[in-house]
Design a protein around this ligand. Structure first.
Ligand SMILES: [Zn+2]
Length: 176
């Protein structure tokens, strides 16, 4: 997938962390939803996972917590990236909007710079501290290792700002 689309989604996730003054893990989605004046409505459904209508994210009430968190972040990505088809209920992995919503969710819930600085690189460590599924954490872990190998951090002022927000959290985490 084109790097341009990746970058847009990643930058929007960093902007979200910055403008909501998020400064610790796990990411507080309630605080973020409040900031954007969005509500969650729990759905009793066997097939629909989530969809958006007006200012409400409709979420299947049977999702486990880690899945619910990722789904909320994914839907928020659709909203903030101003995607067209917000009423869709099937989130397959094909198409640019689905790709971007997943990138947004990963960068929001598992900010690479924070994980690098506290040295949480292993999937299980990432899953625990970010409150995400092991499968989701594995994606981040792989990407993180690649970023570390290529030393691709702090190339954007946005990422520097995310670090500044999390500085106290990072310093405390290193200490105890
Ligand atoms: Zn989607």
């Amino acid at each position: 997938m084109n790097y341009k689309y990746y970058k847009i989604a990643r930058d929007r996730a960093w902007q979200t962390l910055i403008e909501t003054k998020t400064d610790r893990l796990p990411i507080d989605l309630t605080k973020i939803l409040d900031y954007y004046e969005l509500n969650i409505y729990l759905l009793q459904s066997n097939d629909k996972q989530a969809f958006i209508k007006n200012n409400t994210i409709f979420l299947n009430k049977n999702l486990i917590k880690t899945r619910a968190r990722f789904t909320i972040a994914h839907e928020l990505g659709h909203i903030l990236l101003k995607h067209n088809n917000l009423g869709h209920t099937i989130h397959t992995n094909i198409g640019i909007e689905e790709y971007q919503a997943n990138i947004y969710a990963r960068c929001l819930l598992m900010p690479a710079i924070v994980l690098k600085e506290i040295n949480y690189i292993k999937p299980q460590d990432i899953a625990n501290i970010c409150n995400v599924s092991l499968q989701t954490a594995e994606y981040r872990s792989q990407r993180l290792k690649e970023l570390i190998k290529r030393n691709k951090f702090y190339t954007s002022p946005l990422e520097q700002q995310v670090y500044n927000n999390f500085k106290t959290f990072i310093e405390n985490k290193k200490l105890y």
